[in-house]
Design a protein around this ligand. Structure first.
Ligand code: HEC
Ligand code: HEC
Length: 571
């Protein structure tokens, strides 16, 4: 049944009549101008002959596309089809987030971008040989976002095996994630579905839907066909019930019969589809059955797209700059521990991380998107909660090339001395220089420990002789790290940063994803951001001095003074 389905579906998509013909074949004839722009702007990545082997290509993952094979990931067309001209124009214009493919809207005129479309098509003869325009995916039956649709999508997500690559909650941490290769033989990671802004082809519901129906050519992610086109002809409800039945150790006679009916229905739909494919004769009723089955495939894809949408915030969080700086909230009494629900009530600040590309060895293909941070402090201590996604929990892998031990890690960087005023110089962001930095270094192999370092350069860090009493807790679940660190506001050690309310303190981060080869300078990092202990809430400042007055001058006298002061301030 399965093999037949695969065979069927591979051809099926070539022949569907329901799709509107492309009207997007509007590139001009290839010209000298296209070649010129290509050689100036694209060849150092994609190669002069379009083989994806430009001088910069070697360090990049995913590799720049080899245009000679005609494989395009981001298309509005059916599985196995070439992209439309408009698809190519759009991808050149917008670039491919999460890869090194830049956007060209700012650097190149519209005209030049069209010239490029025409030119890159010349690298693959299939574009010329294809007489019929590629079949476009129809978006007509869109199912709007609703809780019920999300629920159905969620079940399909497990049923269709998405979970094996993309993980329980979509962070790209499925069990197969570390083993995937693309069609060019390079390692590739499943998308983190909670970070839509890293998708290559956009994260509108329609974009996501098109990736299912059309597939992502060259990637191990299956198009919604073949093996993953599970239970063709069955509605979402029916396929759910069938899986339920199949998972039983034993079926009653009635259940046997029920499951038999589902198989009959599937087989019928597949048979008809095959007959249509072979050009055989089919009745009007058969066509109806077939159209119904295809409709269900589309519906399922919309439910899945809605589910994927439900996993991510509406847009990428704003980075922690401007008024958005990291503010530590004052609390009275004990600071919340890592699993305290109080953290949930408090919005995190987001610090986007980028590959370190200044000093060898560099990281051109970062896998960690950013770190989210929250903080609370009280009269004596400060606590931070750092949260970041990492697809794998790596504590001791060995780098094949360098023999170095790879592991996941995070470092938090502060200056040793807070610059006095906004224009005063900060230490160099790459772990200091003439002005030293103070660091907390956490490693996944020692999850309950943070080491204090002082650094005067990225290759010039020293473990501090005196290690402060930092409390540390951490957790790794479903592709996400949580790290909790608590330290005294003031310490005796001159090499430590000293903290007090209302003083703006530079803060920066480095993160290492061991399974991505991150080690030493090869890492992701931020430049300086700002962190501040929020002033102690005014109500408290207001109440305490009168209280002290009361105690020192005597109850009655003090109370009167308090009332007088209150009154005079209210005037
Ligand atoms: C810094 C390197 C770099 C430069 C410069 C660059 N690209 Fe790319 N390009 C890439 C990478 C990497 C990919 C593959 C990304 C992926 O597979 O996810 C890519 C993919 C593409 C694709 C395939 C889109 C798809 O749907 O699969 C097209 C088309 C493309 N580039 C066109 C261009 C054009 C035209 C230029 C010049 C204006 C250009 N690129 C310049 C790195 C680059
Ligand atoms: C065999 C592993 C695998 C399976 C199964 C799989 N995916 Fe993927 N998925 C990937 C990989 C790898 C990528 C990254 C593709 C690329 O950019 O080259 C990806 C990318 C994506 C993207 C981002 C597309 C973009 O524009 O960048 C979405 C959304 C997605 N998958 C959803 C799903 C859903 C939903 C399912 C189940 C129907 C699924 N995937 C099944 C491996 C898989």
């Amino acid at each position: 049944m399965r093999i037949r389905t695969i065979a069927l579906l591979l051809i099926l998509f070539g022949t569907l009549a329901v799709f509107s013909p492309a009207d997007a074949q509007n590139a001009p004839e290839a010209s000298e101008r296209g070649k010129e722009v290509y050689e100036d702007s694209c060849a150092h990545c994609h190669g002069v002959e379009g083989r994806g082997d430009g001088s910069a290509a070697e360090n990049l993952l995913p590799r720049p596309r080899d245009f000679t094979r005609g494989l395009y990931k981001i298309r509005s067309t059916e599985a196995g089809q070439l992209p439309t001209d408009q698809d190519l124009f759009d991808i050149i214009t917008e670039g491919m987030p999460g890869s090194s493919m830049p956007e060209w809207e700012t650097a190149l005129s519209t005209d030049d971008r069209w010239q490029l479309v025409a030119y890159i098509k010349t690298f693959y003869p299939g574009f010329k040989e294809n007489e019929t325009p590629p079949k476009q995916i129809t978006l007509a039956g869109k199912i709007s976002y609703a809780e019920q649709s999300v629920e159905i999508g969620k079940e399909l997500y497990v049923e269709l095996g998405c979970v094996e690559c993309h993980g329980n909650v979509g962070r790209g941490d499925g069990t197969s994630a570390p083993t995937l290769e693309d069609s060019w033989g390079f390692q590739t990671w499943p998308a983190n579905l909670t970070q839509g802004w890293t998708f290559r082809g956009g994260y509108d519901t329609e974009d996501i839907f098109k990736r299912f129906i059309g597939g992502i050519a060259g990637s191990p992610m299956p198009a919604f066909e073949g093996d993953s086109f599970l239970n063709f002809g069955l509605t979402a409800e029916e396929s759910k019930r069938l899986i339920e039945l199949e998972n039983r150790d034993e079926m009653t006679e009635a259940e046997e019969e029920e499951s038999g009916k589902f198989y009959e229905k599937m087989d019928a739909a597949v048979d008809i589809a095959l007959t249509i494919q072979e050009g055989g004769e089919v009745s009007a009723a058969d066509i109806q059955t077939y159209n119904d089955a295809m409709k269900i495939v589309y519906e399922k894809s919309w439910h899945l797209a809605n589910y994927v949408k439900s996993l991510m915030p509406e847009k990428r969080p704003e980075p922690a700059i401007g008024n958005n700086v990291l503010r530590s909230q004052y609390v009275q009494g004990a600071l919340p521990a890592i699993d305290d629900a109080v953290w949930e009530t408090f919005e995190a600040r987001y610090f986007p991380l980028v590959g370190q590309v200044v000093i060898e060895p560099r990281q051109f293909n970062p896998t960690i998107d950013g770190v989210h941070v929250k903080s609370f402090y009280n009269d004596t201590e400060v606590a931070f909660l750092f949260i970041w996604d990492d697809r794998t929990h790596t504590t001791d892998e060995t780098d094949e090339n360098t023999g170095k031990t790879l592991e996941d890690a995070l470092a938090v960087q502060f200056p040793v001395k807070v610059p006095q005023g906004p224009t005063a110089p900060k230490p160099y962001f790459l772990w200091g220089g003439r002005l030293p930095v103070y660091l907390w270094h956490w490693k996944a192999s020692m999850p309950e420990q943070v080491t204090e370092l002082t650094a005067k350069g990225i290759n010039n860090a020293e473990v501090q002789e005196v290690q402060g009493e930092l409390e540390v807790q951490s957790d790794y679940t479903d592709g996400q790290y949580k790290l909790w660190v608590k330290r005294a506001l003031k310490t005796e050690d001159k090499k430590d940063l000293q903290l007090e309310p209302s003083v703006f303190v530079p803060i920066a981060f480095s993160a290492w994803d061991g399974s991505n080869g991150d080690v030493d300078t090869k890492r992701t990092m931020t430049s300086w951001y700002t962190f501040v202990l929020e002033p102690v809430p005014s109500s408290r400042r207001f109440v305490y001095p009168p209280l002290i007055a009361i105690l020192s001058v005597g109850l009655l006298f003090g109370l009167r003074a308090f009332v007088q002061r209150r009154n005079s301030e209210e005037v």
